[in-house]
Design a binder for this molecule. Sequence first.
Ligand code: ADP
Length: 271
Amino acid sequence: MELKPENIIVNPGEFVSLDDYTPEYTGTYQKKGQTTKRLKKLHKQLLELQGLLYAESQHALLIILQGMDTCGKDGTIRRVMGGINVQGCDVVSFKVPTADELSRDFLWRAHKVVPSKGKIGIFNRSHYEDVLVVRVHNLVPEPVWSQRYQQINDFERMLVENGTVVLKFFLHISKDEQKARLESRINDPTKHWKVEASDIRERAYWEDYMRAYEVVLQRCSTDWAPWYVIPANKKWYRNLVITECIVDRLKKLNMKYPEPAIDITKFYPIR
Ligand code: ADP
């Protein structure tokens, strides 16, 4: 598989078996240093594209990050978005819903924090939890969660039709890699704060989560809001691929700086 964003998009309606995707995959690269130059170039492009997004203010960009615990959502936000203008970017983390959130429809809390035009919004977890953790643990009855795939597709279509670009990344790590990451947290006192009982508890449901993710990828990768499966065992490769996908998608918007509202030539020379 060549490193091309279109190669890791899940085709709408395509049967997905995560066993067919290799979390360890690093394309034509063998080690971190080999991607540094490319990543630097992409970061520069991303910063320029963000400037255009803001100047034009015709589109918003919504990036959704999902994956198992330790899959690297936080690291992705730090490394991929580290180089952009923080004023134009909001990160929202989706936690266990509050009583207020539970008293509304499940998309309410997502809709009220989508990015405005000109901005980038990153969802660290998202409304997809409502068909992942909720499905795995039967937190609502099946007739309720089973309707949600279509409701999510409709919601995202509405966002896209109103100028939001929606990109969804599943950070695919292997169960062994998660074990190694959890162990390294347990062995490093500076990382103890990151270890949560729920991480270990949820690990026992690994296979159930994989099946729930497969259904998400199959049912909710759409022409308007595709899912990308990111090989994420190697953090440096994960960062490269995600940045590549974002830059590629933003370039396709063919954004232009707006025409000046005034005749600029009248202001020269500046006295
Ligand atoms: P993270 O693991 O993303 O760094 P936390 O450790 O605070 O952050 O975990 C957030 C928790 O909230 C996760 O266990 C996640 O499954 C849970 N969660 C998020 N959305 C929902 C939801 N709609 N229903 C139930 N649990 C949810």
